[in-house]
Design a protein around this ligand. Structure first.
Ligand code: HAM
Length: 411
């Protein structure tokens, strides 16, 4: 028997309704904020991600699904931001509308060690607003993430917020960390040993207890943030305060991808264990230019849908509350039921019948399991009389109705 690839998941029919619900809610909230959907391909040139996320990021070093053809090296996309910026530039979207708000829903791929909430194929619901440096946009993007969580009825989450400052500020902080950690190298974990050489900022959010202790002894404050970035961040915070959005200033939040500058945030949920981030995002003011486009500020985020569902808890499968279940007894009735079902569906009445030759009792049980609102029984007697038996499943009452008047009765 074949088994699914580790770290992938079959989204079974019982679960699909929760996915559809989350997608439906997301689309309606995105449209409230005037975001338009974009659907880039799932494969891109591998070098796009290398350039955007940084060669020393965890994703590039360890987690890329690479596809080699004779001439090219492609990658299954590990995230959406780089693809969307590529698409924005390649399709000249800046020429038609310099400022644009885009959202996306779809699978992402990372070659991770699978565990609860950490998959190799997972799904993002994300957005990217490209073409503005306005701090009001940061406020709107974070409030959109908050609004989505409220619309999903998820509570108890925490928004962690920080500013990395501009590229120059990041370099300043990097230089300070290199100097401050030089003597402590032997005490850092293996990963941080590597980060020290390639990606020193990431030592700040290492989860290893010893690294955390070393980092807590450092004086990082916001000394490395330039005045312009400080003013920007103060405006972002003031805007969030105005909207009464709760957030926790988190100076050690650095995020793992090179493209981030300025405001960064992460939303965690206590119900998720070690993989507790349900959403992450921030500004990437240099990426559009870096990938060959104009010099434009941008900001976005992505929710991990599997983690959202874990945070939401296992909701019962949604039943089709208006389903009509048709039980046809006998050869002639069965033939007649083909037309009847077709007619119900043409009149937009969701309907199902028994294709397993069940007894009347078995078919009634099936109708009950499906949560049907009405059961229709068409036997020889009914056929002769030109009627159909209509049973209301909530009251248990049943009566005969004329076949011609059935649709009216059900609408
Ligand atoms: P990220 O933090 O890599 O950011 O991913 C965003 C979210 O995707 C995470 O917070 C988590 O919920 C979910 N996630 C990530 N990896 C996995 C996994 N292996 N299994 C299940 N869920 C996962 C980004 O991807 C950025 N592109 C976000 C962004 C958009 N920044 C600006 N715009």
């Amino acid at each position: 028997m074949f088994k699914k690839v580790p770290g992938t998941k079959d989204i079974l029919p019982d679960e699909v309704s929760s996915w559809q619900e989350i997608e439906k809610v997301s689309r309606s909230i995105f449209s409230l904020y005037n975001y338009k959907e974009i659907r880039p391909p799932l494969i891109e040139e591998a070098s796009l991600f290398n350039r955007s996320l940084g060669p020393h990021s965890e994703i590039i070093r360890k987690q890329m699904f690479i596809i080699k053809t004779k001439e090219d090296i492609y990658a299954l996309r590990p995230e959406g931001t780089a693809s969307i910026v590529r698409s924005y530039i390649e399709n000249n979207l800046d020429k038609t509308s310099k400022f644009i708000k885009l959202y996306y829903i779809g699978p992402m791929f990372r070659l991770e060690r699978p565990q609860r909430g950490r998959l190799r194929q997972f799904h993002h619901i994300g957005c990217e607003a490209i073409g503005s440096l306005d701090p009001g946009l940061d406020v709107e993007v974070i409030s959109l993430a908050d609004g989505l969580l409220k619309a999903y009825s998820i509570a108890g989450y925490k928004i962690k917020l920080n500013s990395l400052g501009c590229e120059k500020d990041k370099q300043g902080l990097g230089a300070y960390l290199t100097a401050a950690l030089k003597d402590k190298l032997t005490k850092l974990c293996g990963d941080c040993g590597l980060r020290f050489k390639n990606n020193v900022l990431r030592i700040l959010d290492c989860k290893n207890e010893t690294c955390k202790e070393i980092v807590s002894g450092l004086d990082i404050a916001d000394t490395y943030i330039c005045n312009e970035c400080k003013v920007h961040f103060a405006k972002v915070r003031a805007g969030l305060d105005l909207l009464r959005i709760n957030y926790e200033p988190t100076p050690l939040l650095v995020r793992g991808l090179d493209y981030y500058t300025g405001t960064v945030f992460e939303i965690t949920h206590p119900g998720l264990g070690s993989q507790d981030a349900i959403c992450a995002g921030g500004r990437y003011n240099n990426l559009v230019k870096e990938l060959g486009g104009p010099d434009l500020g941008a900001m976005g985020f992505a929710f991990g849908v599997e983690r959202l569902l874990l945070a939401a808890g296992n909701k019962p499968a949604v039943v089709n509350a208006n389903l009509v279940y048709l039980i046809a007894l006998g050869e002639e009735s069965r033939f007649e039921s083909i037309k009847l079902l077709d007619n119900l569906r043409k009149n937009k009445i969701a309907s199902e019948t028994d294709y397993e030759d069940k007894s009347l009792k078995g078919a009634m049980r099936q109708a009950n399991d499906l949560g049907a609102r009405f059961v229709l029984i068409l036997g020889e007697d009914e056929l002769k009389k030109g009627v159909i038996t209509l049973k209301d499943m909530s009251s248990g009452k049943q009566r005969e109705v004329r076949s011609e008047g059935l649709i009216k009765e059900l609408c």
